[in-house]
Design a protein around this ligand. Structure first.
Ligand SMILES: [Cu+2]
Length: 151
């Protein structure tokens, strides 16, 4: 109710502007990504390009603190991907295929994010031939990971 009163007090033009802004804001927020990687990592750059090809705006931040950043995001040490990306409210670690990223952003589960540990051959940005199905795990602070998707 408060929201409605607030909009009304802005007048019609103001309310229309607020509405237009909020319509634009939702997709834009979901499309922006920040990817942390070790300075030498090349496959991480390829994954950044993969996200860009799929409509994301990606800022790549080289860092020597990747393990700590991943840990702080709630990813257990054995489950770290080779880079860690923040998208909206979520963390996505490693070479997670885009349809799984989009599933996360669509379903908006109450978790911290997802991780595809290591650097599986054939995953987006890695190249090579896929050796086995990719297991993408949930990230939840203080909770054990579970399989979110198998690709
Ligand atoms: Cu990689």
């Amino acid at each position: 109710m408060k929201k409605l009163i607030g909009l009304a007090s802005l007048g019609t033009a103001g309310a229309a502007a607020v509405l237009a802004m909020s319509l634009n804001a939702a997709p834009a927020a979901a499309q922006e990504a920040t990817l942390y990687k070790n300075p030498q990592c090349g496959c991480c750059e390829s994954y950044a390009d993969y996200l860009r090809e799929n409509g994301f705006t990606v800022e790549v931040k080289p860092t020597h603190d990747l393990a700590q950043i991943s840990r702080d995001a709630g990813i257990p040490d054995d489950f770290h991907g080779c880079h860690t990306t923040f998208l909206g409210d979520y963390v996505v670690s490693g070479h997670v295929p885009i349809d799984v990223v989009n599933k996360l952003l669509d379903e908006r589960p109450d978790i911290a994010g997802l991780t595809l540990p290591g650097m599986p051959l054939g995953s987006p940005g890695m190249g090579g031939a896929k050796q086995e199905p990719f297991k993408i795990y949930t990230v939840e602070k203080g909770v054990n990971t579970t399989v979110y998707a198998v690709e």
